[in-house]
Design a protein around this ligand. Structure first.
Ligand code: TRP
Ligand code: SF4
Length: 405
């Protein structure tokens, strides 16, 4: 099902600033952002409050990582003229929405989110029995809902958070989207679209409600999207009326599952800071060379003359990412017949990684030399984000009885 209302094509995603970005981030997340920024309206932000939930004892990591992370995004090709880049804490509206949502979110919904217990077990050295950590997914819901984002690109581990967001939105709309004379108001709103459109809208609504025709509701939504002459409130009523409920104030987002990139690390496990097997996006070419040269290989290849099997070698995992079929065939043959040495084999990877990172190094260097450019990209992005966030918050305050005039 596509998301309901307004911003059909708005993508929002965040990243926690907890250290240097590495090739895992590039292949797993950033490459996807680069594609999305051409296809959708994109908002990408630094989730510094989320980082605090786990790093509250040592916040310097966050402070150090924020600007570096933005530079890495820019260096990787995130384009501030197609995507809005900002820092979460620069848009305090997220916090107000989080607070307001916390009033109506059942505690059990948060306790049930799998990452809550998982992370507590995984990060045993940290005390995560905090109020803030429990609220982590709800803060994420606020991040998403405040922009009425329709799509949220996330990895597998975050899907449950988007699911929670949908439930929170549904509950919110159910509680606060009700109006005394909803039906009359919706009918009046329909008329404002003009006779022909109103008739079409009613017919599509009937087909959906009486016959469960999903195509009809999609068509009706598209029809509402096109309307220029109706107010936001009326639009929300008409979207809600289609389904027979109240106004839809906070639309339900969808998870846009990032194609799972299993970017392998230097030891064959998934590349991750906690395994210490990373190559950072700003890694010096000399160090790239050294790190790959010293990677473990198939343990059967003790001597150069011993044949090996790529299936037992972490270097081969990198060939799957970086080499084409021809090179891979050459390696496989060479490895199994001891025709090539491991250093020759690794050379391909070293060259590919150095080549991939070279343009990023150059771009990063430019931003490092001009920090004011980075500051102004973020200032502008944060202003833009706040303008959107404020509108949503105004509506939320109003329906929750908080706009005293
Ligand atoms: N929790 C996300 C992560 O760890 C980061 C995040 C925070 C996020 N708010 C978000 C992602 C909103 C998508 C949308 O990766
Ligand atoms: Fe691994 Fe390549 Fe050496 Fe074979 S030749 S063991 S694939 S590094």
């Amino acid at each position: 099902m596509s998301s309901i209302l307004g911003h059909q094509d708005r993508v929002l995603s965040g990243m926690r600033p907890t250290g240097q970005l590495h090739l895992g981030h590039y292949h797993g997340v950033l490459k996807n952002w680069l594609k999305l920024q051409h296809e959708y309206e994109c908002l990408f932000f630094v989730a510094d409050w989320h980082a605090l939930t786990t790093h509250y004892e040592d916040p310097t990591v966050i402070a150090d990582s924020v600007w570096d992370m933005v530079i890495d995004w820019l260096a990787a090709g995130v384009n501030p003229s197609s995507a809005t880049l900002f820092i979460q804490s620069r848009v305090p509206e997220h916090a107000e929405l989080h607070l307001l949502l916390s009033m109506m979110t059942p505690l059990s919904w948060l306790e049930r989110v799998p990452s809550y217990k998982d992370q507590q077990l995984k990060l045993k050295e940290k005390d995560l029995a905090t109020y803030g950590f429990l609220g982590y997914p709800l803060l994420q819901s606020a991040d998403i809902l405040i922009y009425k984002a329709s799509q949220v690109p996330v990895g597998e581990d975050q899907v449950a958070h988007v699911e929670l967001t949908r439930e929170v939105a549904r509950r919110f709309n159910h509680l606060y989207g009700r109006e005394k004379d909803f039906k009359e108001k919706a009918e009046t709103a329909a008329k404002k679209m003009g006779k022909k459109n109103a008739k079409l809208y009613r017919e599509l609504r009937r087909r959906y409600q009486e016959e469960g025709d999903h195509e009809a509701i999609e068509t009706a939504r598209a029809l509402l999207e096109e309307q220029q002459n109706i107010t936001l409130s009326d639009r929300e009523r008409l979207f809600g009326y289609l389904e027979g409920i109240g106004k839809i104030i906070l639309p339900e987002p969808e998870a846009l599952l990032t194609p799972t990139s299993k970017m392998p690390g230097l030891d064959g496990q998934k590349m991750s800071k906690s395994y210490g097997n990373t190559i950072s996006l700003r890694e010096d070419p000399g160090l790239i060379d050294q790190k790959i040269r010293t990677m473990p290989t198939d343990t059967a290849r003790v001597r150069r003359t011993d044949p090996g099997d790529p299936a037992n070698c972490p270097v081969w995992e990198l060939h799957k990412v970086y080499s084409d079929d021809a090179i891979r065939a050459e390696i496989e043959e060479g490895c199994k017949t001891a025709g090539i040495g491991c250093i020759d084999c690794k050379k391909f990877i070293i060259d590919a990684v150095v080549e991939e990172l070279a343009p990023m190094h150059d771009r990063a260097q430019e931003f490092i030399e001009h920090p004011d450019m980075v500051r102004s990209i973020i200032n502008e992005g944060s202003d833009k984000a706040r303008d959107i966030a404020r509108l949503t918050l105004e509506e939320v305050r109003q329906v929750m009885g908080l706009s005293y005039k």
